[in-house]
Design a protein around this ligand. Structure first.
Ligand code: SPV
Ligand code: MN
Length: 622
């Protein structure tokens, strides 16, 4: 171990913290920590082990330094991000790449230049602050899926969030002594009223080759909790070299007839119902955001990278999300962010089903009804992207396989986007390739408040991973195709659309209807339901849905509803195919040829049916 590194660490760590680092017996780790202790100049260093008292230390620090405040219910806190720091900053999130590297039209910065810039920003940035050194395991401990990870941060809120969201990894580091691990260096920078002050110097730089993320002058978890989307990008890069998949996917168990549990993963762009799908009543959740998938002996297995939820709180109310509502209303380790808090220390958010309070404190500071921004636009009482952070273990519906180091075998994959006029509520692909291409690679969705920028624009978001794909997109699609080829019986692929609207612009489905689509998937993958073949995939038969609606929701599902929802909308479907072909032809240089073949075939099938049956075809006549 470098003597200089150790001496430096001794000056910043007390004996206890120093010994904790030494006990890891890992030179790479010591060098990494020492480098950034020297560069960022924290006042002191805290090394977090897996002990509960260390977690308690961090939680208390977050209260002491004002990043969080306690709420009425025991264990609950509120954290605010700066007014202009409420979402992932796509523009300033960049890959550091050696000049001449081609990874397609990704947001990159030349490596040397980027490293220089970020190190300028990081220089002495932690002066007067404490640095937290935290260890996590991305995926279950002691698992072939998992990746050890270390985060340095001067934000107790970030460390606290990670303690909720990831499995603790200090002992795992000791056991594995990894040379290669994911590293994150984060500083919230100078604070004013406990929020990052210099957001104009907000940068999130990702060094793919060395698996390091640098994040500065921001607190929003999507920019700072390094093991969410920032590590997803690194995992995609790593997975492509090692032939597995790193995905923006939920994992859930569907509880079918005879006590069986069928596991599925599902990719949905932000704010398209991913968390509420994973949390539906009657089923169990393994994860709501990130999944690693591997082919093990010809079968698809998955693990949740995380063990908690950083979920959108808007519209969480007792009717639509009873299980989340319950956790948000009972004692436990819960962080609310960017919601309104009243004088009584009670949090309120958009769509919570309660009367909006007259005043309180929110992401915009002191808030009163009618408050406007500098342009005269009303400021809502809570942010649209306000969130809650909770552990999965406290949920009644937490699946028992969550920590299985061998992973969980999946039978299906779901792709879902926000689509008002094209796809029916649920359909199944003909086979793996057809699903990967027409449902995954062709996924589109309207933009939402989870990233900065305009909302409500239909955007291309293959596998809901467009923001995170760190290799050329065509290669990423090819990797998906290959993944299925290595299996005798690859998972079935489904698409769902919860956002179909009628001519009056009203949603055709209720929130709870998704429970039916999931039950139907369970029947399909287990060979218990027949389906109708359409040019775009298989759709449910009316009788099956009618029975499921009655059994599961005690609802009478009429044939008119079925016909309206499952009508094949040929002009819209053809337009969509054409849009997707055009996107791949013009924007993606390394698209596998089979993508065009599969989409052209789909278009031909649609045109064929249109000739004999017209533009809008009822499922009854298919
Ligand atoms: C998403 O936006 O997809 C999220 C939250 O899950 S973030 O951590 O911001 O990515
Ligand atoms: Mn997400």
């Amino acid at each position: 171990m470098g003597k200089k590194a150790l001496e430096l660490l001794k000056t910043k760590c007390d004996e206890k913290n120093y010994q904790r680092l030494i006990a890891l017996n890992n030179q790479k780790l010591i060098d990494f920590v020492a480098k950034y202790v020297e560069h960022c100049k924290p006042k002191s260093v805290f090394v977090c082990t897996d002990a509960e008292e260390d977690a308690e230390y961090i939680r208390n620090k977050s209260i002491e330094n004002g990043e969080e405040k306690r709420l009425t219910i025991t264990g609950h806190t509120i954290h605010y991000d700066g007014y202009n720091d409420q979402a992932r900053d796509k523009e300033n999130t960049r890959y550091l790449l050696p000049s001449g590297t081609d990874i397609g039209p990704l947001n990159a910065v030349e490596k040397e230049k980027g490293l220089k810039k970020i190190h300028e920003i990081l220089k002495n940035i932690m002066e007067g602050k404490e640095m937290f050194v935290c260890f996590f395991c991305l995926g279950p401990v002691n698992s072939p899926f998992s990746i050890p990870a270390c985060q340095l941060t001067d934000s107790a809120y970030v460390a606290h969030s990670e303690l909720i969201l990831y499995r603790r990894g200090y002992e795992e580091f000791k056991r594995q002594c990894p040379e290669n691990f994911f590293k994150v260096v984060h500083s919230a920078g100078a604070l004013e009223n406990a929020v990052s002050k210099n957001v104009d110097e907000r940068r999130v730089y990702i060094d793919l080759e060395n698996y390091i993320v640098y994040s500065t002058n921001t607190q929003y978890a999507g920019n700072t909790v390094g093991f969410k989307k920032l590590s997803l990008r690194m995992a995609i890069y790593k997975a492509a070299q090692e032939d597995w998949l790193a995905e923006h996917m939920l994992i859930m168990g569907i509880h079918g007839p005879g006590g069986r549990t069928t596991y599925l993963t599902g990719a949905f762009p932000s704010m398209c119902g991913k968390t509420s799908t994973a949390m539906v009543k009657g089923e169990t959740i393994v994860g709501d955001d990130l999944a690693y998938l591997r082919n093990i002996n010809g079968k698809a297995y998955t693990v949740n990278v995380e063990c908690g939820i950083f979920g959108i709180i808007q519209d969480v109310n007792p009717q639509d999300d009873p299980l989340i509502w319950e956790v948000l209303n009972k004692p436990g380790d819960v962080i609310f962010s960017n919601v309104l808090v009243t004088d009584e220390n009670i949090p309120y958010w958009l769509g919570d089903g309660r009367e909006v309070p007259e005043k309180g404190v929110s992401f915009s500071g002191e808030w009163v009804k009618g408050k406007k921004d500098s342009k005269g636009n009303p400021i809502p009482h809570a942010h649209k992207n306000a969130r809650y952070t909770v552990g999965l273990y406290g949920l009644k519906n937490c699946d028992k396989e969550l920590d299985n180091p061998q992973g969980i075998e999946i039978k299906g994959v779901i792709y879902g986007g926000r689509d008002s006029d094209t796809s029916c509520p649920v359909q199944e692909a003909f086979d793996w390739d057809h699903g990967v291409i027409t449902m995954g690679a062709a996924l589109e969705s309207e933009t939402t408040a989870a990233t900065l920028g305009k909302e409500g624009v239909r955007v291309f978001n293959p596998m809901s991973n467009i923001d995170f794909v760190s290799i050329p997109l065509g290669r990423y699609i090819s990797k998906h195709l290959e993944f299925g080829k290595g299996m005798d019986n690859p998972p079935s692929i489904f698409s769902v659309n919860y956002f179909l609207k009628d001519k009056q612009g009203k949603y055709m489905n209720a929130m709870q209807d998704k429970r039916i689509w999931l039950k139907w998937m369970d029947l399909r993958v287990n060979g218990d339901a027949e389906a109708i073949k359409t040019p775009v995939g298989y759709i449910p038969k009316y009788e099956d849905l009618k029975r499921l609606f009655k059994e599961v929701l005690d609802k009478d599902y009429s044939e008119e509803e079925y016909i309206e929802q499952f009508t094949l909308r040929i002009p819209e479907n053809i337009k969509r195919v054409e849009r997707i072909i055009d996107t791949y032809r013009t924007k993606v240089s390394d698209t596998p040829a089979i993508l065009f073949d599969i989409l052209e075939e789909q278009k031909q099938r649609l045109e064929e049916v249109r000739k004999s049956k017209g533009d809008y075809v009822s499922p009854a006549s298919l």
